[in-house]
Design a protein around this ligand. Structure first.
Ligand code: GDP
Ligand code: ZN
Length: 362
C-alpha cells in the first residue's frame, strides 16, 4: 500500500480534507495530466481520474483545475475528482496570448505545479553560462513567488577546473541560498541533495535545457526513468525529448515533479519578490533621501553612492532594473486584464465541461 505520508500527506491536509465532509471521497495526489484525465496516486495505488461535473457545479465560482502535485478528493466509485485541496505553494508561469481581440497582449497566471517544498535551480559548470547572474536572480524571484525554498545545484562539476571560484560567483548573487556542486553522470555529490529530499517533501528542478536536470533526476531514481538527450557539442544545448508531466517518488525519500511546462518558466512575481531577490539594493535604498528614489538622478541617492564607492556592482543595479521593468510590465498587464480574466474563466469552464462530456468514460 502506498504510504500517503511519503507523498507529502500531513495533518494540515488531513484537517482540510475532513472539512469537506464527504465520506465517499479518498485523498490522492495528482501525478500528471493528459488532455482530460489525471493520473493520481493514493492508498488505493495508481488510477486515472476525471474531473466531475459535480465539482464544477459546486465549485464553479472559484474553480481550481487540478495540476500535478495537487491533493484531490477522489470518488473511487467512478474515479472522479470532486475536490482540490488548498495549495501550500505553487509554481506559476505567465502565459501571453489568448484568442481574439486581446491576443498577445495579455498575460494570465498558469499554475504549473502545486505543493512544492524545494526549487532546485539547476545550472551547468560546462562553461555554457547556463546560470548567469541574471538567470539566477530570475529563478530566485520565481522560487520566492512560489513559497518554496530555493537551492542552487551546479551540475557537471566533472567539467569544471575552478569549482571554488564558480561557487563563489553564485554565492555572491545568492548569499543565503545553499549552493551544491554535483555531477549526475559520475554520480558525484548527489548525497548533498539528500537533506532536502526528506520523507514527504516535493522538489522541482528548474533550469535551462541541457544542464542535466533529467540526468540528476535519473541518478536520484537510480533508473533511466526520463529519456536523457544528447548534448550538441557546438553550443552546449541539449534537445529535450521528455514528454508528459510526472510526479515521481524517489527510492531514497522525497518526491520530484518534472514537467515540460517547468522547463521554460518565465517570471511571475511582484515587487515584493523583487525586493527579496535584491536585498542589498533594498537595504541601500532605505538610505536614499527620497522614499520613491529610482536611483537614477535623484540627489542623496545611497544606491548611486554605493556604486561610485565600489561597494555595489553596477551590473547588479542593471539586473535589478531589468527585472523591475518586467515586473512592472506584468503588473500593468495583470491589472488591465483582470476584468477580462473573469469572463475568460467562464469561457474556459464551459469548454472544459464540453470536453469532459465528450470524453467521459463509461
Ligand atoms: P536537461 O535538459 O536539463 O534535462 O539535461 P539532460 O539530463 O538531458 O542532460 C543533457 C546532457 O548533459 C546529456 O548529454 C547528459 O549526458 C549530459 N550531462 C548530464 N549531467 C552531466 C554531468 O554531470 N557531467 C557531464 N559531463 N555531462 C552531463
Ligand atoms: Zn536612490
Amino acid at each position: 500500500m502506498v504510504d500517503l505520508a511519503e507523498l507529502g500527506w500531513n495533518i494540515v491536509l488531513d484537517s482540510c480534507f475532513r472539512q469537506i465532509h464527504r465520506a465517499e471521497l479518498v485523498p490522492a495526489r495528482v501525478t500528471g495530466k493528459t488532455r482530460n484525465s489525471f493520473p493520481v496516486i493514493g492508498e488505493f495505488g495508481e488510477k486515472i481520474a476525471y474531473i466531475s461535473n459535480r465539482y464544477f457545479e459546486k465549485e464553479v465560482r472559484d474553480v481550481k483545475y487540478p495540476v500535478v502535485g495537487d491533493w484531490v478528493g477522489i470518488n473511487t466509485g467512478n474515479n472522479t475528482i470532486e475536490a482540490v485541496l488548498p495549495r501550500k505553494s505553487k509554481i506559476s508561469r505567465q502565459v501571453s496570448g489568448g484568442r481574439g481581440r486581446y491576443s498577445g497582449s495579455q498575460t494570465v497566471e498558469q499554475v504549473v505545479a502545486a505543493n512544492i517544498d524545494i526549487v532546485f535551480i539547476t545550472g551547468s559548470l560546462d562553461g555554457s553560462r547556463s546560470l548567469n547572474p541574471g538567470k539566477i536572480e530570475r529563478y530566485l524571484a520565481l522560487a520566492r513567488a512560489s513559497e518554496a525554498s530555493p537551492v542552487i545545484i551546479l551540475n557537471k562539476m566533472d567539467l569544471c577546473a575552478d569549482l571554488p571560484e564558480q561557487i563563489n560567483v553564485v554565492k555572491q548573487i545568492a548569499p543565503a541560498v545553499p549552493v551544491l556542486a554535483v555531477s549526475a553522470t559520475r554520480a558525484a555529490g548527489l548525497e548533498r541533495l539528500k537533506p532536502y529530499l526528506i520523507k514527504g517533501s516535493t522538489a522541482v528542478f528548474l533550469g535551462s535545457s541541457g544542464v542535466g536536470k533529467s540526468s540528476v533526476i535519473n541518478a536520484l531514481l537510480g533508473a533511466e526513468r526520463l529519456k536523457v538527450s544528447e548534448v550538441r557539442e557546438t553550443d552546449f544545448k541539449g534537445r529535450h525529448t521528455t514528454v508528459g508531466q510526472e510526479l515521481l517518488m524517489l527510492p531514497g525519500g522525497g518526491n520530484v515533479i518534472d514537467t515540460p511546462g517547468m522547463r521554460e518558466l518565465q517570471l511571475w512575481g511582484d515587487e515584493e519578490d523583487l525586493a527579496g531577490v535584491f536585498p542589498d539594493i533594498n537595504l541601500l535604498a532605505q538610505g536614499c533621501r527620497f522614499r520613491d528614489c529610482t536611483h537614477r538622478s535623484e540627489p542623496g541617492c545611497a544606491v548611486k553612492q554605493a556604486i561610485e564607492s565600489g561597494t555595489l556592482d553596477i551590473r547588479r543595479l542593471e539586473n535589478f532594473r531589468k527585472l523591475e521593468r518586467e515586473v512592472q510590465h506584468l503588473e500593468a498587464r495583470k491589472n488591465d486584464f483582470s476584468k477580462l480574466e473573469e469572463k475568460q474563466k467562464w469561457k474556459k469552464i464551459s469548454q472544459w465541461q464540453k470536453n469532459f462530456r465528450r470524453q467521459k468514460p463509461e
